[in-house]
Design a protein around this ligand. Sequence first.
Ligand code: SAM
Length: 610
Amino acid sequence: MTDDPRFEALLDYLTRTRNFDFSGYKRSSLVRRVQRRIEKVGLKDYVDYMDFLEVHPDEFIELFNTILINVTGFFRDQVAWDYVAGEIVPQILAVKSKRAPIRLWSAGCATGEEAYSLAIMLCQILGLEQFHERVKIYATDADEEALAHARAAVYTEKEMDGIMPELQEKYFTANGDGRFAFRQDLRRSVIFGRHNLVQDAPISKLDLLTCRNTLMYFNAETQSTVLNRFHFALNDQGYLFLGKAEMLLTHANLFTPTEMKYRVFAKADRSSLRDRLLLLSKGADDEPMTDTSGKLLLKDAAFDIGAVPQLVIDSAGILAIANDSARESFGLNQRDVGRPFQDLEISYRPVELRSMIDQCYTSRQTVKQSGIARHTSAGQVQYHDVHVAPLIHDSGTIIGASVTFVDVTSAHKLHLELQRSNKDLELANEELQSAHEELETTNEELQSTNEELEATNEELQSTNEELETMNEELQSTNEELETINAEQRELTNELNSANSFLNATLACMSSAVIVLDLSYKILVWNPRAEDMWGLRQDEVTGQPLFNLDIGLPVLELKDPLMALDDRDRKQLSFDARNRRGKTVKCEVTLSKLLDPKKHFEGYILLMDER
Ligand SMILES: C[S@@+](CC[C@H](N)C(=O)[O-])C[C@H]1O[C@@H](n2cnc3c(N)ncnc32)[C@H](O)[C@@H]1O
């Protein structure tokens, strides 16, 4: 949008009356082009111009010609065409059967050079017979005048610039008037039609779509619409060939560059992208992990259970039983059995068993202490869960206590290790989390840098397109200037030859001829006048006649000259002295100089010596 509602109103008017919607064109260039027309027809603003368009329907054609810049050429950007011919066409052919049709579209074909370049390229690769059999080239443009030129297929020598001489000879015939016609038999495979890329449905099933230096006139939104249509128009293995300012930076989902340098893109396979995403999401269904360590522990415990050290203390506090494992583990011997339990080290080390026994008697329940550490003579640490259970007779009387030491060393160590690992894990987790946060920050920064880069890139792209657009505008202005120059040269030549003719005529006249402008200054002074009065043409041109010092009483001519009317012709006679000093009778005929429209332009004086 521009800020100027009057410009928008003009675009609206064009859409309504001409069914041509320019709202998707880049405003800067559009405004420049319209402005140019407004200046050309000598108006001030958009409102005046809209009135002018209403009264002069022909101005629409001029306006469209100015907006729809038709700059083009055969094999424009030759290296890109070489790439398409050498790399892309062979790939198109490789996926086709030998007789399958090949369909191409030159969208925005202007005056047809691009479409005929396609024809020449295909014919060079396939040979004439295959070309006739298989190739169809659709060539479209929104500009009817350009299409008429394209259909005629006749080009000037200058327009033929991009074609190598051997191709010129092979594909064109000279018309004899300095112009060249594209071969009729090949011309039949090129179908021209009016098509508006912004408004009309695309041609389909294409192998190659060239749309060069046209997208760049559209704004981003319209480019996107057109590109979506192009995606639809192409076969799955089709290619898009753009102009050098057109990079498709923001349409990676539709086209992937085959060779960015030459702006050739392959149609992106949207479905495969979807499949890839599906596959990726399937990969997330991991098998649940199986943890066997618990079972192993249980197994270990089950195996170990027979080896649990056990003591029995009777109600009088005497050690009544100590099993092998207990004796071995705590350095007891048979003599210790029968001794007061409190006299034995085991009663208070590694754990205070006496209070546990008291507790169990009081509560009549098993009392437990877990993870009791004990340093062995070998310098190792063992861990036990100590259970003190009351032994209760059927009568309900407590007859003693059973003390068992369940060796939980490995479990305890595991627990400690787990605790350590847990701590490590926690630490690692924290580190991971902080790394993750850093990564996220970096990611965000990268993303924002990326976005900035993308925006800059897009700006650059748009500037690039803008520059290219201006370039084309300049090129088109240049072409116009060249035409004007040629016309001027022709006019100058005509003038020169008219001048020569006039001078020759004046030179041949036997009378002296003097022509004056309205202020009596000398415009023409022929050779006979030089001869009579002895002054050269270059000495008198631009001088007032009445200032001349010659043998004629020039001042006496003033009144008769002023008194002349349009149809009047006056003859006067004077005594005069010619250049040789001889006294002569000089007859002077005076008449007015009138232009073809009878406008008074000056005076003609004819002088004869008698
Ligand atoms: C600069 S020329 C490019 C010609 C040729 N493709 C080349 O690169 O040499 C741009 C062409 O696009 C055409 N054009 C502009 N707007 C169009 C539209 N909406 N639909 C179809 N053609 C359009 C113009 O008429 C003009 O002929």
